[in-house]
Design a protein around this ligand. Sequence first.
Ligand code: AMP
Ligand code: GLY
Length: 428
Amino acid sequence: MNILIIGSGGREHALAWKMAQSHHCDNLFIAPGNPGTASIGTNVAIQVNDFVGLKNCVLENAIDMIVVGPEDPLVNGIYDYFLKDEDTQHVNVIGPSAEAAQLEGSKAFSKHFMQRHDIPTASYAEFTHANYDQGVEYIKNHTLPIVLKADGLAAGKGVIIAFTHEEALTSFEEMIQNKQFGEASSKVVIEQFLEGIEVSVFALTDGFNYQIIGHAKDYKRIGEGDTGLNTGGMGCVSPVPFMDKVFMQKVEERIIKPTIKGIQSENLVYKGFVFFGLMNCGGEPYVIEYNCRLGDPETEVILPRLQTDLVSLLAAADNGTLEDVNIEYHNASFATVMAVSGGYPGDYQKGYTIHGLTEAATIPGALVFQAGTTFKESEIVTNGGRVLTTTAQGEQLQEAVENAQKALSKICFEGMYFRKDIGYEFKP
Ligand code: AMP
Ligand code: GLY
């Protein structure tokens, strides 16, 4: 099978690493990829939203399967684009239709969906320019903290947790009146703050059946002890100690099953990954958000932990045999630690040489997944905020974290920063 992965981050490097291990994978292409994916397959210089360019690549290389990494092309309708074209409708595109991708692309859509299907989530209301004044009143009467969310995609920046009413009102005005996130914030969802521990659960569905393929806890804040600004994710652990049978069963019965049933009953075309962003509130799971893709850096721990052949799994999602697949996990614990550019998530410099990539990869069991990197002459240099991540395993979670850090200690670039406390709350 010839496979095309779309995207250029650590998630796509991990996907490439995992898919290349399958004997079903003949030729692997990544658009546009990064220097990490170039060491596994063939990078093609096509951007993720260039559907015409991607179609040409698919035809030229007889691609059988496309795995879409990021949300943007999904929300923009890449699934429908390939399905509607006679030349490409035979290709197995892993990702939901644009309509189903609204579960991530519109917070209001996903809240309505959860309400219709009785799926536990924070209480909420939605506002636009038309009922702005009601929104102001709603905020003034709401308990604190209060959560404001731009309805559409805002590159992970559209959520504000306000601790005072003034702060909430200012953000509300910024979003609706001043179009802080453009069209994405022309509608704002205001919701109750959920207190608890976050965890991400991943399923693969064909719109009728599903398989859980892993879960992880992502450390989103830049600072140790979960302080400072939000980032795309600074590290992950999997499995998560509190994800025991009892909690997992609640997640499956109250959240995953009703979600898949809802997708089916509403005739949403969905063949792809579902990312359940959950909050564990005193042992009860609530949905914070749906994403219609894998997480980053969650993918960098869930795929190393997954023993099952990913290409077979994705083929099963296409041919109606997903139900029969056996999901197996490695027994060990896995951790990934993200190295970021100095200054991230604020301004940062790019173009610094990355040293020690080869040395890091020689640590037994350690994996390096590149994210914001690029080639500059014969060197690999930094090219983004989140630069790379190291994943390792251990018998216990702490050992996995230590091993990932050991691998990372071989790597350096100017301004490199990483959190040294990934998994801290699970220390014995
Ligand atoms: P989202 O873009 O929906 O993932 O939101 C970004 C982050 O904001 C989440 O990962 C949570 O840490 C936080 N968040 C979102 N909604 C809530 C909520 N209702 N209560 C508490 N935290 C939230
Ligand atoms: N790590 C969170 C995300 O991928 O959205």
